[in-house]
Design a protein around this ligand. Structure first.
Ligand code: NAD
Ligand code: 89Y
Length: 343
């Protein structure tokens, strides 16, 4: 099997995880990296021993001719970079949030489709092993037909020191974190046909909303998706997503510290679904870090076998439509919207 030679654009805070992830996958290497900030480029190149370094993505595509590109920049640059990859015929992975608007996202999906290149959004939370386990239990009918779900992420972890831009944008928690929780709700309960949202800003030192509560209607089920970065708990749970599923035959609870409880006609049982601590991982990020490795392995599998990734650009339009609809609903006093109206 020929080795896949990838390239990475964006050598910032999170890309380190992606570089470690690639290093752990057989038959894949990162042959070139790019960042417009020379200091960040040098730091990443030195850390991972990559000598082909570019400050300009166009030059990187033209000279390095990678088999795929992993875009790890923040959202404002995503459209330009995805379209650049498409114009060079290079399969592309793009970090979440995929785009700043649905119009941009649609254009990016179209550009890749026209160029015939695969496109995956790095929407990794549904790849966390505890979430996968909940998905497996739902899919195998352990609790019957789900009629209610809750996807909850509540924390007061200081995300601003590592990612200062999170404190600066007009939008914050739905676009940055709620996007993952909404995607998990879709993954577990299917696409949503209605959403209503309320938001609040509790931390006055940031610009956007840091609390969001959303109510979603799915086919045959209702879910509550709630997230907060203003919740001071006795024990900080960052970055755990807690999940509740009520089904016709029982319940699933993914509780704190990765304790899973399944209750059905056979009684209750518990599982420890703690994520692996990969050799390069650091607590408490190891849950997210494991999911980075998992989504990257999925990408390689899809690329080699000509399959569309689960979190393709096309699929992600539905998650992004929920994000847009949530902001619109909150701005309009909690009006219920069908996200398909926005898609
Ligand atoms: P960052 O600002 O630390 O890093 C981004 C880097 O991209 C910077 O070094 C910047 O110079 C570079 N860059 C920007 N535009 C460029 C361009 N056109 N060409 C070359 N380089 C360019 O950001 P970050 O915190 O690493 O976040 C990156 C993305 O990862 C964001 O979209 C964020 O939402 C996402 N993220 C995802 C997860 C997850 O679990 N999926 C976690 C954290 C961050
Ligand atoms: O950017 C965010 C993400 O995607 O996961 C957690 C995070 O780093 C901060 O909210």
């Amino acid at each position: 099997m020929a080795e896949l030679k990838g390239a990475l654009v964006g050598c910032g805070f999170f890309a380190v995880n992606q570089m470690h992830g690639w290093a752990g996958i057989d038959g894949v290497s990162i042959a070139a990296i790019c960042d417009r900030d020379p200091a960040r480029l040098e730091a990443m190149g030195t850390r991972f021993g990559i000598s082909r370094r570019f400050t300009d993505a166009e030059a990187m595509f033209a000279e390095a001719r990678p088999d795929f590109v992993d875009i790890a920049t923040t959202a404002p640059s995503h459209r330009v970079l995805v379209e650049l990859a498409a114009s060079h015929g290079v399969p592309v992975i793009c970090q979440k949030p995929f785009a700043l608007s649905l119009a941009d996202a649609r254009a990016m999906v179209e550009a890749c489709s026209q160029a015939g290149v695969p496109l995956m959004v790095h929407e990794n939370f549904r790849w966390q092993s505890p979430i996968r386990r909940v998905g497996e239990l739902v899919a195998t009918g352990e609790v019957g037909r789900p009629f209610f779900g809750r996807v909850s992420f509540r924390s007061a972890y200081d995300v601003y020191s590592g990612q200062p831009y999170l404190a600066e944008g007009e939008r914050f928690i739905i676009e940055d974190l709620g996007i993952h929780a909404l995607d998990i709700a879709r993954f577990l309960l299917g696409d949503a046909t209605a959403i209503t949202a309320r938001t609040a800003r509790i931390n006055s030192a940031i610009r956007g909303e840091d609390v969001a509560t959303m109510l979603l209607g799915h086919d045959g089920a209702t879910s509550v998706v709630d997230c907060s970065y203003a919740t001071k708990l006795e024990k900080e749970l960052f970055p755990q997503t807690l999940v509740e599923i009520d089904g016709t035959e029982g319940t699933i609870r993914l509780g704190a510290n990765y304790r899973l409880t399944v209750t059905n006609g056979e009684g209750s049982r518990h599982e420890d679904v703690s994520p692996l601590l990969l050799p390069w991982a650091t607590r408490p990020w190891h849950n997210i870090q494991e999911s980075v490795a998992a989504i990257q392995a999925h990408w390689v599998d899809c690329l080699r076998n000509g399959r569309e990734p689960d979190t393709s650009g096309r699929d992600n339009l539905k998650t992004l439509a929920l994000v847009e609809a949530a902001y619109r609903s909150a701005a309009e006093g909690g009006r219920t919207l069908d996200p398909a109206e926005l898609r």
